[in-house]
Design a protein around this ligand. Sequence first.
Ligand code: GAR
Length: 213
Amino acid sequence: MLARPIRVVVLLSGRGSNFQAMIEAQLPIDIAAVISNRPQAAGLAYARSQGIPTVALDHTQYPDRAAFDALLADEIECHRPDLVVLAGYMRILSPAFIARFEGRLLNIHPSLLPMFPGLKTHERALAEGVKIHGCTVHFVTADLDHGPIVAQAAVPVRADDTPDTLAARVLAQEHRIYPQAIRWFAEGRLINVHGHVNLKDDLASQSVLSPGT
Ligand code: GAR
């Protein structure tokens, strides 16, 4: 275990419920800053209400992704993070950005990867008629939504689900597994075995099977 709480920078674009779940889990981390590409993001307002430093960098004010990501990366580095947490950060990151933070960059995605990378995951799960859906915490690599998996949770899909009801069931599990995964990282327990993430000294399952609500 690291001797001090790890320093975390959170990136988000919207509501920030995963960020809120991180706060409520009382993790052994020091959140150095919350950064958003959307100045009006509700997650930024929540961070301010918690006394956490916030930074708004409006991506629409920059000429292209590379320019914005370079500035974003510089801003993140100012906070000397051990870990960068994407919590509903809804912009594709450039390869140069990912290279700077690879190995300390976590994301949560609302599907059981490698199924349904990208957007509109709940709509696509319903369209495919899958009976199990869920969420995934993974390390970010240049391969979009395909980095090494840290934790997953599965929920049943019901015949009368809409994208909204399914999203709500999945989100409840996101709020469980993301804090857990960050705790494992903070405790130095995530190890890379041949490109797969295992838990050090532990055969505990990194999956959650939810009966749903
Ligand atoms: C979450 O469902 C998260 O998995 C998803 O955005 C939502 C953010 O909600 N992320 C992605 O789709 C990333 N590709 P939140 O702002 O309430 O945490």
